[in-house]
Design a protein around this ligand. Structure first.
Ligand SMILES: Cc1cc2nc3c(=O)[nH]c(=O)nc-3n(C[C@H](O)[C@H](O)[C@H](O)COP(=O)(O)OP(=O)(O)OC[C@H]3O[C@@H](n4cnc5c(N)ncnc54)[C@H](O)[C@@H]3O)c2cc1C
Length: 457
């Protein structure tokens, strides 16, 4: 019986995530002459904001132009490892080991310091039929268009809340699609506190472009409450107060904002706190963005605030990790944070709507757990996420609660319960059994794979 020892790599600074925050951190480290390594699970650099395809690279805002400059700088550099999924972080303070699944094996990185820039994921307000094939997330529609130039259909309906709905609908229209309607959950009056933010030139230009291209298509106060398959199409029931209407399209795109990907930070020992005005559970940092000894967080993980906040924080986190300060940048971050707070507050889902989710609605897509089961379990006294897991298997599927955890959190909050963070353990995302047994076992990291038979290779 022979164990395979995983490859081990030492580096001064490890940047987790190559979105705009990670790229900005890497550029700062490079400019300061530091040794660094950037890891990203995607096969490309740039994360969500800079996702693009050959020949399609819209440089429509100053932030996106700066982002693409970072991308051009990073292209081909050996410090950037794509298709490299971080699956675990172990060890004591100052002696962390980060396990990475890469090219079918585990590589162990021993970094001096870690900058976490793992971004965010989409959020949903579920309704019966939201798991049908004709219902997509707004981000999925956008990703199809941006990365492959493919439209999910000729005619689409967009429903949810937030400016991302408009951005994606605009891109769909520009790519030749027909937008049948954009149904913004919140009424126009609720959006007023956000108007001063649009007075800033870049945002005003972006907002005006969307509004002009989608004029007459935006309806306020409506939400999707049911989707049904009608042949190849999807029939959507929309509701505003007591009014209901039906509309049929090739697809329905839904989006209710974003939720920070805090799992890696949690594994690294960073605390999280619940801030609905920043998108849910966020990594709790000091002003210099440190969240644990030798660990820094930047970008959407510290609060949902968009690409410019991520870019500023990437640079700030890198400077802090190098023991430097930039008061101007700290001020710029403060401005972006207050924008973020208004954004998440204005485009939020009213709490009572979580209580109104019908029993038949699937909540955990992986384990097929419905709202009725969760409601009954809560009535029986299982009110912590941990207890609900045991009672219903919610959050225990393949995606490890990435989709349903924010939903349950909001539901429990709507019932008056205090949100509690989800416990996280490796592997952060599913890995092949071969990696788990053969390679990872070789790490000899206590609880992982313990009890599994050692196998000869
Ligand atoms: C689907 C989607 C689409 C979006 N589209 C837009 C848009 O068009 N315009 C806009 O202004 N904002 C958009 N956003 C908001 C967006 O999050 C920010 O604007 C910006 O991309 C944030 O940058 P970031 O670097 O903080 O995170 P991201 O761009 O999300 O980058 C995080 C990176 O970390 C990597 N990562 C995460 N976990 C691991 C791990 N365990 N191992 C290795 N790598 C990991 C991811 O693969 C990703 O590349 C979108 C968000 C989402 C979720």
């Amino acid at each position: 019986m022979k164990r395979i020892e995983p490859k081990r790599v030492r580096v001064d600074f490890l940047v987790a995530g190559a979105g705009i925050a990670g790229l900005s951190a890497a550029r700062t480290l490079a400019d300061e002459g530091a040794e660094f390594l950037v890891l990203d699970e995607y096969p490309f650099l740039g994360g969500q904001y800079l996702r693009h395809r050959e020949g399609y690279r819209p440089e429509d805002t100053r932030t996106r132009r700066s982002g693409f400059e970072l991308l051009d700088w990073a292209a081909g550099r050996e410090e950037f490892w794509t298709s490299s999924l971080i699956i675990g972080c172990y060890g004591d303070e100052g002696e962390k080991e980060v396990a990475v699944s890469r090219e079918g094996e585990v590589v162990v990185i021993r970094p001096g310091k870690i900058i976490i820039a793992t971004g965010a994921r989409e959020r949903y307000l579920p309704f019966p039929g939201w798991t049908l094939p004709g219902v997509l997330s707004v981000g999925a529609v956008q990703a199809l268009i941006k990365t492959s130039g493919v439209l999910p259909g000729k005619e689409g309906i967009f429903a949810g809340t937030g400016p991302f709905l408009l951005a994606a609908a605009h891109e769909f229209r520009e790519a030749g699609g027909k937008v049948l309607g954009i149904f913004e959950l919140n009424p126009p009056g609720r959006l007023l506190p956000f108007l001063p933010d649009l007075l800033e030139w870049e945002k005003l230009r972006e907002g005006t472009r969307y509004l002009l291209s989608l004029l007459g298509r935006i309806k306020f106060g409506w939400r999707a409450v049911r989707a049904e398959a009608k042949g190849e199409k999807v029939e959507v029931t929309l509701k505003k107060g007591n009014k209901r209407r039906k509309s049929t399209a090739d697809f329905l795109a839904i989006g209710y904002g974003f939720s920070p990907n805090t799992e890696l930070a949690q594994l690294c020992g960073c605390p999280v706190e619940y801030c609905p005005e920043l998108g849910g559970f966020v990594v709790k940092t000091a002003e210099d963005l440190s969240c644990a000894p030798g660990i820094y967080a930047s970008g959407e993980v510290t609060g949902i605030g968009g690409a410019r906040k991520s870019m500023i924080e990437g640079r700030l986190a890198a400077l802090s990790a190098l023991g430097k300060r930039d008061p101007g940048l700290l001020k710029a971050r403060e401005r972006e944070l207050s924008f973020a707070r208004r954004l998440n507050t204005v485009f939020s889902v009213p709490l009572h709507l979580w209580r109104e989710i019908p029993d038949e609605t699937i909540i955990c897509r992986c384990e097929d757990v419905r709202m009725g089961e969760i409601r009954r379990a809560v009535e029986e006294g299982f009110s912590l996420i941990r207890e609900l897991k045991e009672a219903t298997r919610v959050t225990m599927g393949n995606c490890q609660g990435r989709t349903c955890f924010p939903i349950i959190t909001e539901y429990l909050r709507a019932l008056g319960r205090r949100p509690e963070p989800m416990s996280v353990r490796p592997p952060l995302k599913p890995v092949e059994m071969g990696i788990f047994v053969r390679e990872w076992n070789g790490l000899k990291i206590g609880h992982i794979g313990e009890g599994l038979p050692e196998r000869g290779v």
